[in-house]
Design a protein around this ligand. Sequence first.
Ligand code: ADP
Ligand code: MG
Ligand code: MG
Length: 902
Amino acid sequence: MAGQQAVEHKYVYDFSEGNKDQKDLLGGKGANLAEMTNLGLPVPPGFTITTEACKAYLSTGEEPAGLGDQISARLATLESAMGKRLGDPDDPLLVSVRSGAKFSMPGMMETVLNVGLNDRSVVGLSAQAGGNDRFAWDSYRRLIQMFGKTVCEVPGEEFEHALDDAKRVKGVTNDLDLDADDLRGLVDAYKSIFSKHTGREFPQEPREQLDLAIHAVFESWNADRAVLYRRQERIPADLGTAVNVVAMVFGNLGPDSGTGVAFTRDPASGAQGIYGDYLANAQGEDVVAGIRNTVPLQELEQLDKKSYDELLSIMARLEEHYKDLCDIEFTIERGKLWMLQTRVGKRTAAAAFVIAGQLVDEGLIDLDEALHRVNGAQLAQLMFPRFKLDHEFQPVAKGIGASPGAAVGKVVFTSARAVELAAEGESVILVRRETNPDDLNGMIAAQGILTSRGGKTSHAAVVARGMGKTCVSGADDLDIDIPGRKFVVGGQTVSEGDVVSIDGTTGKVFLGEVPVMPSEVVQYFEGSLDPAHIDNALVRAVHRIMTHADGKRRLRVRTNADTGADAARARRFGAEGIGLCRTEHMFLGDRKELVERLILARDGKERDDALAALLPLQRADFVEIFREMDGLPVTVRLIDPPLHEFLPPLEQLAVNVAVAQERGEDVAKEEALLSAVRRMHEQNPMLGLRGVRLGLVIPGLFAMQVRAIAEAAVECAKQGVRSCPEIMVPLVGAVQELETVRAEAEKIIAEVTREQPVDVLIGTMIEVPRAALTAGQIAEAAQFFSFGTNDLTQMGWGFSRDDVEGAFFWRYLELGIFGISPFESIDREGVGRLVRIATEEGRAARPGLKIGVCGEHGGDPESVHFFHEVGLDYVSCSPFRVPVARLEAGRAVVETGGSDSR
Ligand code: ADP
Ligand code: MG
Ligand code: MG
C-alpha cells in the first residue's frame, strides 16, 4: 500500500517539463536547464531527478520505490530522442550525472561525465567520431577517474600521478600531446588503481554506472565540506540536491570543439561586455581546473565566428529573459554550440548596484525591482574603506570574510602581546588558530583578527562582528606556530612583527602593507561627490536607488549621536533627527571632577553646588546639538549608567590609598572616594542602580538635566533656531516611575519656558520587559516610546551582552539555538513579541503614540524590516548605519507589496 503510493509519486522530470521557478524541487541547475530548453535554446536533452528523491534516499539509504522505473522510462525517451542507447557497443549514448541544489554550492558536490563508456563502447565511440581513437580513450580515462574519485572514493591524486607519469615517459607536458595509444595505456593504469582501492573491477554495465553515480551525487549532499559550507552560508541542511542526467556533448573532439564559461556582464564591476574563458579541445572540468591556460572569450570570435555570434545572441536573450546578470557554461562540439548551464550570477556589492541601475536604464526592470535587487549588507560593505589592489599585491591565502573592513598591522600571536604593542601605539593583527574567551583583550586591542580555523559562526567571527572589527577566519593555508611566534604560508614564513593586510569582506590575506582607499560611496554621502557630475557608475547607481528608497519608505530614520560633529555627519548621511542622544559622555573628561563632587556630597548644599556647576556645561552641549539638527527632533536620554562608572575602579583606588597612607600623605579625599565606590559596588550593575532609579534616588540630578535641555531650547529659540527636544527617561518598568519624573520635569519646563515658549515632549524608553508588558499603562504618561532593544534583549534573554557574547555564543550558533546573535538581529519571536505587544497596547491607550527604536538593531537590515512590519514610526542607529536603514526601510515597503502598512 505504501509502495503503491510511492510509485505514483513523480521523482523524474524531463527538461521540457520544468521551469526556472521550481528550484526547490529540481534544484537551480535543473530548473534553469528546463527553462532554457523551453526557451528553445540548444540544451542537450536530459532529465532531472528531484530533491525529494534525494531526501528519501538519504533518510533510508535506498532509492524510494518507483524511482528506478521512472529513470528507466525517462532514459528510454532520451535514447529514442538521441537515436542511441546508453553504452551501446556500436554507437553509445553517454550521459553526465550532475548535482544541483536549490542554492548553488560551488565545487561542493559531484558531477560524473561520460557515463556509459566501457571496454566495448569506447570502440564504438571512436568509430562514430570518425575513427577518433584519441578522443574515445580520453573520454574513457576521464570517466574512470571521475567515477573512481566521486563514486568510489579512490584518492584523486593517484590518477593525477598516473597521468603525470604517462607524460613524463613520453617527454611531454601537455595532455594534448598524449596520443590514443598513450591514453589506452592510461586507461589500464587507471583501472588497476580503481581495483586496487575498491577491490572490484571498474563496472562495465552502463546502467550500473548510472545508478551508482546517481547515488553518489545524492550522498555528496552530506559530504563534510558541503555540510560546512552550508553552515557558513546559512543554507538549510535538509534541502537535498537534485540530480541531472544530461546527454553528453563533446568539447574534446578536436580543435573545432571546446568548452567555456561566461558572464553576461562583469560580475566584479557590473560593466557591460563579454566576460569569460574558453578552452579549445577540452571537456568541462578542464576550464576551472586550470590544467591548461584558457583564452579570453573574445578570442572565440576568431576561432569560430558562427558559434561566437550565436553565443552572444543567446546571452542577450538570457539577460532579457532573466532580467539580470547570468552566468553560463557551454560546450562547442565540432562547430555546434550547446548550453550546459545558466543561472542568475553572483556578483560583488558594487556590481549589484551598478547592474540594477543599468537594467532600469535598459527598461528591463523598474526602480522598485532595482531596490529589491540590492540590500543593506551590500551597501554597508561599500561604505568600508577598501584595499587599493594592483598587481603588486597577490593574496597569499584566502579564508572566510567573517567581519568586513580592511585592516593592516603587525602580526602578533598572543592576546598579551597584542595588548602590549597596541599600548605602544602599534596597529596589530591578532593571529590565532582559533580564538576563545581568553583572547578577548587581544581582540579588543587588535586592528583585525586572522584565524586558520572556523567559519562565520566561530568565536572569532561572532565576537569580531559584535565589536565591529575586521576578521578573516578559517584561512586554512596558514600553518600557525604559536610558541614559535610565526606562521608559514605558501612557503613563506611570517614572524611576529611582520606586517600583513587582511580583507574582512573577501577573506583575502596579503603580506605587507596594502594601501587603503576611502569609500567613494561614503564620499558621496558626505557630499564631496556630486552624482550628477561624476563619471562613476557606482555612485550614480547608489544615488538613484537611495533616492527611490527615500521616496518609498514609511519609516523615518534617525541617528544615535551625542556630539554636534556626529549629528552633522549623520544629517549628511540622511538622518531625520536624533533618536538617542546619550548624556553620559557629558559627565566625562574634565567634568569627572564635578561628578565626583556630586557623588561625594555630604549634604544638600554640596550636591546643589556640584549640579549648578554642571548645568551650564550640559546646556552648552545641547545648544550645539540643537543647532546642528535645526528643526529636527532630538531625543535626549537622561543619564543611564550606574554612577560608579564615573569613579576610578575599586582595586586601583584601594592601592592608591594604601600607598599614600604608607607615605604618610593626607588621604581624606581618596578615602571618601574609596568608601563611596565600595558603597556603590554592585554584583550585577546591569540590573542595579541605574536609569530612572538614579533619577529618583539622587535629588536634583534629572532636574538639572531637564533644566539644561529646556534652557538650551529657549536659548536657541531666541537666536531663531527651532529645536524639538524630546526628553527620554531610561529603564522605566512601571508607570509610577515615569509619572514621578514627569511631574517634576514639567514643573521645570513650565518655569524655564514661561517667556519663550518651546515644545518639549516627555517620553520613555521601553527596554525592561515589564515596561513592554504594561505599555498600556505607561502610555498614559508617555508622549512617545523608544525601544531600547539592547537592554530588552539582555533582560528578555536574561544574559548580559558583555559577558556572554565571547563566552558561549559560538556554541549556541553551532547548535543552532540562534541562527544569528540576537544582538545583531532582533529575535522576532521573543524580544520582537515584546516590541509588538508594547506597540499595540501603547497605541491602544494613546492613539497615534510616536514610537521608535534606538538600539543597535535600528541599523540592522533584517530588524528594520521587522520594525516596518510592526508599524513603528522611526528607527535610530549610528551615523554610519543611517544609509543602510534608509535603504532597507524602502525595501521593506517594496517587499510587502508596496502598500503603506499604516
Ligand atoms: P558544477 O556544478 O560543478 O559546475 P556541472 O554539473 O555544471 O558541475 O559540470 C561541470 C562541467 O561539466 C560543466 O560545466 C560542463 O562543462 C561539463 N558537463 C556537464 N554535463 C555535460 C554534458 N552533458 N556534456 C558535456 N559537458 C558536460
Ligand atoms: Mg556548472
Ligand atoms: Mg538601555
